[in-house]
Design a protein around this ligand. Structure first.
Ligand code: OVM
Length: 393
């Protein structure tokens, strides 16, 4: 006998999003899979089921779209991603190219350049002492180093944030905020594709490496352009938000900040723990390719499953004292970057950005305090801050 547990919780409502963790615990208490009446979708919130869904790509497809919209019934807002919104065999071919382009070896060579940008941003912030860390310290870091690594032209990078807002806005339900934003979609969609073309990119960089794969016939020129777009879609907002949230974690946990300040070599571990504790990626979607019985419930064909990685990171069945932010935790089994064939392909770049940023901060900054309330961004596809006033010296 299968059963269906239902809930009227709305994971995309501002109330839920303001503090999702107690709500996640409510969802976990309801069972391993729950039907959300509000959207007519399934939700999994335990570490075990989150991992199970993410690693079973033959049933839980990405071709139906990465968000709430079901591409099997509703046309996508942009030409779909050929890596995120694709299944094998297409995904296998495109993922192989990106895996090579952002390999451990390629990422190792980025440290020095990242370090220079982080050092200079932190030096400038220290001169000011009191500032809003999101626009004035956190945002400029990925917004500089990531497109530089890709080889994007230097002009009009602000458009990247508008584009990123659209990409992640499309993950959630339609709202007046989203509808207004999407008025710019045709222009911004054209802008991004034009800047991802081979002749628009610098001759050395991740973008050029992707286009080089078109010379061997592994991918087409059009596919190369779309894969460059994937990097720019997934690589800017995500790290801005995760570095911002990690910074807030350290401000909210002064004992952990002191540990890091006294031993800056903890920077990578601190960022890793923040990615478990308060990941910028809280939710992903899959769409079933066929009917399946899962964790005691019958899921129909082409139904949406909301996968709460943010809840999996706090599941007491997987983590000791999960609501404790502990940068000395021996963290294995990270779920904040997803898992399985769609697990974040450039997660080593993200980790390097976080490590370099917090190592520089820990080395240069003596005191770090809140100077006012933080504010969450509206975008339903990512968790992040728009505002984080800080005082430091
Ligand atoms: C893409 C894409 C967009 C957003 C996120 C993402 C988290 C990928 O266009 O491929 O991965």
């Amino acid at each position: 006998m299968t059963s269906r547990v239902t809930s009227d919780l709305d994971p995309f409502s501002p109330e839920f999003r303001a503090d999702p963790y107690p709500r996640y615990a409510e969802l976990r208490a309801l069972g391993p899979i729950v039907w959300l009446d509000r959207y007519g979708i399934w939700v999994v919130s335990h570490y075990e089921q989150v991992r199970a869904v993410l690693t079973d790509w033959e049933i839980f497809s990405n071709a139906g779209g990465g968000g709430l919209a079901n591409y099997f019934t509703t046309p996508p807002w942009r030409p779909p991603s050929i890596i995120l919104e694709a299944d094998p065999p297409l995904h296998t071919r495109t993922r192989a190219v990106l895996m090579r382009v952002v390999s451990a070896m390629a990422v190792r060579g980025m440290r020095h350049g990242f370090q220079q940008v982080a050092d200079s941003l932190i030096d400038r912030a220290l001169v000011r002492g009191t500032l809003d860390a999101i626009p004035d310290l956190v945002q400029p870091f990925p917004l500089t180093v990531f497109p530089d690594a890709v080889g994007l032209a230097k002009d009009v990078r602000e458009n990247l944030l508008t584009y990123g807002a659209m990409v992640f806005g499309a993950f959630g339900p339609s709202t007046p905020w989203h509808e207004e934003l999407m008025l710019q979609a045709p222009a911004v969609g054209d802008w991004i594709l034009a800047h991802c073309a081979r002749d628009a990119l610098t001759p050395v960089g991740l973008g050029a490496s992707i286009h080089a794969a078109a010379d061997t016939g592994e991918i087409t020129a059009e596919e190369a352009t779309l894969l460059v777009r994937s990097l720019l879609s997934a690589g800017v907002d995500t790290t801005i938000d995760s570095i911002g949230l990690a910074l807030r974690c350290l401000i909210d946990h002064p004992d952990q900040w002191r540990l890091l300040r006294d031993d800056p070599s903890l920077a990578r571990a601190a960022f890793e723990e923040a990615t478990r504790y308060d990941s910028s990626s809280q939710s992903l979607f899959r769409t079933t390719l066929r009917a399946v019985e899962f964790a005691g419930s019958d899921i129909g064909k082409h139904e949406k499953v909301l996968v709460l990685v943010g809840s999996a990171g706090r599941d007491p069945a997987r983590w000791d004292d999960p609501d404790r932010f502990d940068i000395r935790r021996k963290l294995t089994g990270q779920i904040g970057y997803g898992a399985g064939i769609h697990g974040c392909v450039a997660q080593m770049m993200a980790r390097l950005e976080g490590e370099v940023f917090f190592q520089s901060l820990a080395t240069k900054v003596k005191t770090l305090d809140s100077a006012g309330p933080s504010a969450l961004r509206l975008n339903p596809g990512l968790r992040g801050l728009t505002q984080l006033p800080i005082a430091m010296n």
